[in-house]
Design a protein around this ligand. Structure first.
Ligand code: ZN
Ligand code: FE
Length: 256
């Protein structure tokens, strides 16, 4: 299997997975980069997986459906370009001979879902849309902090080796914030240097791994004493795990 990020707009990635003949894409906010890749690589589009309703993840779906025989999958409870198969928590789908499981991860949007495959070649694979970013998480447009914390807990519990395919290249700016939260985190400082080098050459920083995110992502580390202390300097009243997480997200929103 080959995993390819197709850049779109200013900082989106449309992930394409293929076996040399059939392909799936995740969150095609634009059809053109997908159509170009399919023809360049001589692939047929078997399936389109959508994580949530935002246009930068869905606007290419209709054109791709018309240009191929692709099946379209998306969240059970969001406005979507019809027709599609709607998937709730625990649903299982087969694409490219692989089995993907749906994890409901509300927070960024109310019905956001992620797609997890336990084994693609050697390692698990996660398509998490705008829920988990490298060193960050999605903004809470529709869900509550408690929902997002629970959603991130579920993703953080996946195997260490899980490759994390996020939908945006936000890593560098996320790391600036993460470093302000945890200035003494060695793994974070090392990763920051790696990412600065990659971005200076305009190279992608993804996929990440669950192991790395557990070490460097403040939104997966909001119960760590160092993170709690830093958050409480920003919001003294944050005194339980949900209010600490909420204040951490608010701090990030205001961070420049
Ligand atoms: Zn979004
Ligand atoms: Fe997005």
């Amino acid at each position: 299997m080959k995993l390819i990020p197709l850049p779109a707009f200013t900082d989106n990635y449309i992930w394409l997975l293929h076996d040399g003949q059939q392909a799936l894409v995740v969150d095609p906010g634009a059809a053109e980069p997908v159509l170009q890749a399919l023809s360049r690589l001589g692939l047929q589009l078997e399936a389109i997986l959508v994580t949530h309703h935002h246009p930068d993840h869905t606007a290419g779906v209709d054109a791709l459906r018309q240009a191929s025989a692709a099946k379209v999958f998306g969240p059970a409870h969001e406005m979507m370009p019809e027709p599609l198969s709607r998937l709730g928590d625990g649903a299982k789908i087969e694409c490219l001979g692989l089995r993907f499981e749906v994890i409901e991860v509300p927070g960024h949007t109310a019905g956001h879902i992620a797609y997890y495959c336990a084994k693609v070649d050697q390692a698990p694979l996660l398509f998490c849309g705008d829920t988990l970013f490298s060193a960050g998480c999605g903004r809470l447009f529709e869900g509550s902090p408690a929902q997002m914390l629970n959603s991130l807990d579920r993703l953080a519990a996946l195997p260490d080796s899980t490759r994390v395919c996020c939908a945006h290249e936000y890593t560098l700016s996320n790391l600036k914030f993460a470093s302000a939260v945890e200035p003494h985190n060695q793994a974070l400082a090392a990763y920051f240097e790696t990412v600065q080098t990659l971005r200076a050459k305009q190279q992608i920083t993804l996929p990440s791994t669950i192991l790395l995110e557990r070490q460097i992502n403040p939104f997966l580390r909001s119960r760590e004493p160092t993170v709690v202390e830093a958050v409480q300097r920003f919001a003294a009243s944050a005194n339980d795990e949900v209010s600490v997480f909420a204040a951490l997200r608010q701090w990030k929103n205001e961070f420049r």
